[in-house]
Design a protein around this ligand. Structure first.
Ligand code: 13P
Length: 257
C-alpha cells in the first residue's frame, strides 16, 4: 500500500534534552486534524533514540527511525550500530544511503544494498535515499545515476521484500542549500523512479511504493511539491528541527486528500 509520509531527518542535531523537548512539543501540537492521513516519522541521532522512543510510547502517532545502520548483526565494527540493535529498542525504520553517508563515509551502492537487507531482516522499514549531485544533473546524467543507485541497492530484493521499502529522492544540490527542486523536476524524477520499479517488478508494486522528496522542503514549498501525483511526502532536514515548521509541512500533505 502506498503511504503518505513526512519524515524528519534531524541529522547531527539535538542533545537528549533538546530531542525530548522537540518530540514532546510535536506530540502535543500534532492533532489528528493536522495530521490527517500523514504518517509522521522522526529520525534523531542514535544516542537519543531510546529517550525519544519512550517519550512517544503512549498516545502518539509518531514513528521513530534511525539515520543509518551497519549491515552486520554484531562484531568488531567500532562506532557502528546494527539493525538488530535498533529493532531491540523498538525503532520502526531506518534511513539508508543518505547522500551525506555516501559522500562523507564513502558508502557504496553495495554497502547500501547490504544495509537494506539488514533492515528488512530486522523488520525495520528502510527509507532508501537516492539522488544526483549538481554536476551529474548539469551533464544530463541524473536519470542514469538514480537508476544505477536503485538497481544496485534495491533490485536484488524479492517482490515481497521490495514492498517494505520507502524511496526518498533527494537531489544533492537541493540539500541544505535553500535551492529546492521545482515541483516539475520532482514529479519528473518520481515518475521515472516509479517507472523503473514497474519495469523491474510490476505496475502494482510501483503504484504501492511511497516515494518521498527531500531537499530544502519547507512550509512555503511543501504543498506545491506534495501536490504532484508521484510525490508521496517528504524527507525533511533543517525544517524538521522546529516543531511548528515540521507540523506545517505535515499539514501540507493534506493536499493529497
Ligand atoms: P534539508 O531539508 O535541510 O535540505 O535536508 C534534506 C535532507 O537531507 C533530508 O534527509
Amino acid at each position: 500500500m502506498r503511504y503518505f509520509i513526512v519524515a524528519g531527518n534531524w541529522k547531527m542535531n539535538k542533545t537528549v534534552d533538546e530531542a525530548v523537548a522537540l518530540v514532546e512539543e510535536l506530540n502535543q501540537k500534532l492533532t489528528p486534524e493536522l495530521q490527517g492521513e500523514a504518517n509522521v516519522i522522526v529520525a534523531p541521532p542514535y544516542v537519543v533514540l531510546p529517550q525519544v522512543i519512550s517519550s512517544l510510547w503512549e498516545n502518539s502517532n509518531i514513528s521513530v527511525a534511525a539515520q543509518n545502520c551497519h549491515q552486520n548483526e554484531s562484531g568488531a565494527y567500532t562506532g557502528e550500530v546494527s539493525a538488530q540493535m535498533l529493532k531491540a529498542i523498538e525503532a520502526d525504520a531506518v534511513i539508508i544511503g543518505h547522500s551525506e553517508r555516501r559522500e562523507y563515509f564513502k558508502e557504496s551502492n553495495a554497502d547500501i544494498a547490504a544495509k537494506v537487507d539488514a533492515a528488512i531482516a530486522n523488520e525495520l522499514v528502510p527509507i532508501f535515499c537516492c539522488g544526483e549531485v549538481l554536476e551529474e544533473r548539469k551533464a544530463g546524467e541524473h536519470f542514469n545515476v538514480i537508476k544505477t543507485q536503485i538497481e544496485e541497492s534495491l533490485f536484488h530484493l524479492t517482490e515481497g521484500a521490495f514492498s517494505k521499502v520507502v524511496v526518498a529522492y533527494e537531489p544533492v544540490w537541493a540539500i541544505g542549500t535553500g535551492e529546492t527542486a521545482t515541483p516539475e523536476q520532482a514529479q519528473e524524477i518520481h515518475a521515472f523512479i516509479r517507472g523503473i520499479i514497474a519495469e523491474q517488478y510490476n505496475q502494482q508494486i510501483a503504484d504501492d511504493t511511497s516515494i518521498l522528496y527531500g531537499g530544502s522542503c519547507k512550509p512555503g514549498n511543501a504543498k506545491d511539491l506534495f501536490a504532484n501525483p508521484d510525490v508521496d511526502g517528504g524527507l525533511i532536514g533543517g525544517a524538521s528541527l522546529k516543531a511548528d515548521d515540521f507540523i506545517a509541512i505535515v499539514e501540507a500533505l493534506k493536499v493529497k486528500s
